[in-house]
Write a protein that binds this ligand. Structure first.
Ligand code: NDP
Length: 325
């Protein structure tokens, strides 16, 4: 089958497009999915660069996809069968076929446009779990969202607006500002020419934000801590600009702030957690005014360009790969 794998870590030059990779065999409780769409996530770049260690080489990248079940392993596949359209979170998604545990897959509602489930699943679950578990955001809370026009950012803005929080989004360009506003950020700070901390303090009457959602990481950590309100939460959930260096815990005492470094997979470890949050997410997606924005569907052969665009801050919303091209 066609697949994109790495044999070593590095820049986009280590991404190898192959056409002779063996189709995986589904083991007990697994389903074999013929992928229609593959989600590109920042985590894929971390495995590529070596920030997160690959379990072995060669290693097929990719954590998310949607497609049709073409085979099942022995054992319980939770009612999912050959022919069903499913979306999943798993490993080795940058391929024509991916074998994943059925517990990590979910049937796609018939009303969904093709690609929507693969575009919304990982980042949508991230957004949902962050605002309900990392910091349970309430109506009227002031919340700061970095990279508000990104894949995760746009979904965070929409979900936060739905619970009537006051969302402040940071972006780098006027185009991203417009998009984040359309998706629910009531206030935008273009950090290319505005002082983020000064604007946050101005908007919040000097209090800061009760929750700061920071997927940018190294470049914004100090700023995020400065923007947190007394007794607020700094939720540092990603490394787009690099990993946050070790932090001295006493820095939190100035505001009795909470610091969290969550990962989605630890919020949805059990089938009940995964299915519960996914049902919740799909209900949002079914609403006409909820928008899962796809930036571009890249042919699998153009995976390098997809990674370069994502890391080069050129994208808004979700990047997908089409394994048929
Ligand atoms: P995005 O679509 O948000 O892309 C990253 C954005 O970050 C850029 O578009 C850019 O927006 C901003 N950015 C600021 N500084 C940099 C920089 N130095 N390099 C690159 N980008 C920068 O990506 P995702 O939605 O896929 O992911 C966002 C973050 O969320 C990532 O850190 C990712 O790892 C994390 N994440 C974490 C999860 C978890 O389980 N903890 C799950 C899912 C995502 P702008 O130009 O407006 O500044």
């Amino acid at each position: 089958m066609k697949a994109v794998l790495i044999n070593k870590t590095g820049g986009t030059e280590v991404l190898e497009y192959k056409t002779d990779v063996p189709v995986p065999t589904p083991i007990d409780g697994d389903i074999l999915v013929k992928n229609d769409f593959i989600g590109v996530n920042y985590i894929d770049t971390y495995f590529r660069t070596g920030l997160y260690p690959a379990p072995q080489f060669p290693y097929i990248l990719g954590r998310e996809g949607e497609g049709t079940i073409v085979a099942t392993g022995d054992g319980d596949t939770l009612g999912m069968k050959v022919g069903d359209k499913v979306a999943y979170l798993g490993e080795r998604a940058y391929a024509e076929f991916t074998s994943v545990p059925a517990a990590r897959a979910i049937k796609i509602p018939e009303s969904f446009e093709p690609g929507t489930a693969a575009a919304g699943l990982l980042q949508g679950l991230t957004a949902l779990t962050l605002i309900s578990e990392a910091h349970a955001v309430k109506e009227n809370d002031w919340v700061l969202v970095h990279a508000a026009a990104g894949g995760t950012g746009l979904l965070l803005c929409q979900l936060l607006k739905a619970i009537k929080a006051n969302v402040i989004g940071t972006v780098s360009t006027p185009e991203k500002a417009k998009l984040a506003t359309e998706n629910g950020a009531a206030h935008i700070i273009n950090y290319s020419h505005e002082d983020v901390k000064a604007r946050v303090m101005e908007l919040t009457g000097g209090q800061g934000c009760i929750a700061v959602f920071d997927g940018v990481g190294k470049a914004t950590f100090d700023l995020s801590l400065e923007c947190v309100a007394r007794k607020g939460s700094l939720v540092s959930f990603g490394n787009a600009s690099g990993a946050v260096p070790p932090v001295t815990i006493s820095r939190l005492s100035a505001k009795n702030a909470r610091l969290l470094r969550p990962t989605l997979f630890n919020y949805i470890s059990t089938r009940d957690e995964f299915a519960g949050y996914t049902d919740n997410l799909f209900e949002f997606i079914k609403k006409k005014d909820f928008n899962v924005r796809v930036h571009e569907i890249y042919p699998l052969t153009e995976v390098k360009r997809a990674h370069e665009d994502l890391e080069g801050r050129k994208t808004t919303g979700k990047l997908l790969l089409d394994p048929s091209k």
